[in-house]
Design a binder for this molecule. Sequence first.
Ligand SMILES: Cc1cc2nc3c(=O)[nH]c(=O)nc-3n(C[C@H](O)[C@H](O)[C@H](O)COP(=O)(O)OP(=O)(O)OC[C@H]3O[C@@H](n4cnc5c(N)ncnc54)[C@H](O)[C@@H]3O)c2cc1C
Length: 465
Amino acid sequence: MAEKSYDVVVVGSGPGGYVAAIRASQLGLKAAVVERSEIGGICLNWGCIPTKALLRSAEIYHNIERAEEFGLKVEGLSFDGTKIVERSRAVAGQLSQGVQFLLKKNKVDVIVGNGSLSGKGKIKVEADGKATEISAKNIILATGARARTLPGLEPDGDTIWSYREAMVPKSIPKSVLVIGSGAIGIEFASFYKTFGADVTVVELLDRVLPVEDEEISAFAAKSFKKQGMNLLTGAKVTDLKKSKTGVTATIDIGGKTETLKAEKVISAVGITGNIEDIGLEKAGVKTDRGHVTVNEWCETSVPNVYAIGDLVGPPWLAHKASHEGVMVAERIAGVKTVHPMDASKIPGCTYCHPQVASVGMTEAAAKDAGHDVKVGRFPFIGNGKAIALGEAEGLIKTVFDAKTGELLGAHMVGAEVTELIQGYTIARQLETTEADLMATVFPHPTLSEMMHESVLDAFGRALHI
Ligand SMILES: Cc1cc2nc3c(=O)[nH]c(=O)nc-3n(C[C@H](O)[C@H](O)[C@H](O)COP(=O)(O)OP(=O)(O)OC[C@H]3O[C@@H](n4cnc5c(N)ncnc54)[C@H](O)[C@@H]3O)c2cc1C
């Protein structure tokens, strides 16, 4: 006999799960969240938020290093790695508590334990060796993902780190080898480089940040190299030999073998869904290559069982998880105006130095999709605010359909672009054309003026280059 029954039970309290539960409750549904670890999931505790706290320390440190340029005198600059990590953990803790408060405020029950499907409309919750069962008309699986590991390169928590250990270093290593140049790998590379580590990034594909527009990743790579980062692309770590002082890595670079010594290795080769031990097989929920299979409404192969967020595959982003959570809660509540997620409207941000952000199609993807394109570019060096800020390194690129004027994609590298990208995301959401963007007034002096200029440039009308 089930102890408690709900309209919606969400398994996992990350940005997918807790947001789904809050929205369900707002819509009058009785909702609960089952969480086996920390409220707020990876995002608040081991992902987005604590990394941004670390990177903020790096940003401030970097700016103080440049003090003289701004007419300021700073003597004896140094850093305390322990305090940097403590601050990051405190920020994560504060936000996790904030989410607990929000769940309470929204009358969402939080059930502590490991949740798994245990029959039609039933969830078993195991905690402290005891199991209870709850029933739910609808179940949303939001168990997230964890770091993917490569055979022979498995993190050991000591010399070979996953993002978890990389986020709480006891000290800044002298040298770091980062395997994988996606957002997570590059953010850690940027953090450790700023605090003085020798950083090498090994990327299997032919460029770093390979999901980004080619021109943007080339721009970012140039900047990383200028900072002293060693980037090995088209390269593969084939062996790691541990010693007392670190590792010796064997790296295949386009058929040539090289060895490299590093004190620590950060493995950032992607993530895989937490599909184990949640009763998927028994319930008949289909999976594919480490993720739960869902349709555009996040419905699984079993009626009334939904799956959202990292568990269902890329892009592995917190805002994508939250958006899916809201969509599913609204569908369950019968809201009529819900739309399926459109991946081309999900922005992606990397908080390295310089920052990288994008939304929609790259130039190459737009051409591959058969679009005749018009491309605009505007460099930070042409923008007054960027120069005043001392941030003249960057580029804003826009890709339009030449026939319809639809903004197909926007790609940025430079200071604060992770904040700017939302302007273009709204433009895409509103299906804006070049005419609307050209007619929009941008405040002066701001970095956002470059967004305007990039659009103007696509149509041969740029004013400041
Ligand atoms: C280092 C790093 C930096 C990142 N930075 C960014 C960023 O800047 N921006 C961004 O958008 N994304 C970022 N991400 C990705 C982001 O963290 C994820 O996309 C997001 O957390 C996914 O949310 P989710 O709700 O799907 O799952 P998660 O946040 O992974 O939450 C899943 C929750 O489910 C719980 N759980 C799992 N199984 C069970 C079970 N059986 N029973 C009960 N509970 C269970 C887990 O304990 C966890 O709390 C980053 C990730 C990492 C690792």
